[in-house]
Write a protein that binds this ligand. Structure first.
Ligand SMILES: [Zn+2]
Length: 121
């Protein structure tokens, strides 16, 4: 996948009951142009994603966790919101992407791992 490839949707599958452990994480992503103006400047424009770059990947929870940690170390961004400070909470062709502030990083978009390093170094 090219570096511009980003995930826009993920879902834990294999959980029929709340007590079930997650068996697999389904991640869907694509390459999308970055918005250059407007309220969501800097966000991928999922309304104009390149349809032939849509890929679905499956991870085990351990693999997914490892991938997110690696991604945070590589980018210094919060994996929850992909560094935007806002988490996309849904996407549809009709309504576009909906966002709400990311709770994990306090809407800063920075990884918590980096914050911890700063405190102790
Ligand atoms: Zn975040």
């Amino acid at each position: 996948m090219p570096p511009e490839w980003d995930a826009y949707e993920w879902e834990a599958i294999g959980r029929e009951r709340a007590s079930d452990t997650t068996k697999l994480i389904r991640v869907v992503g694509a390459v999308a142009p970055i918005k250059t103006r407007g309220k969501y400047k800097g966000h991928p424009n999922w309304d104009k994603l390149e349809k032939d770059t849509i890929r679905t990947a499956y991870f085990t929870p351990d693999e997914h966790e490892a991938w997110l940690v690696q991604w945070e170390q590589k980018t210094g961004k919060c994996a929850e919101c992909m560094g935007s400070g806002e988490r996309s909470v849904g996407w549809s062709a009709a309504g576009g992407t909906r966002y709400k502030p990311c709770e994990k990083c306090g809407a800063t978009g920075k990884t918590a791992n980096e914050a911890v390093e700063k405190v102790f170094s």
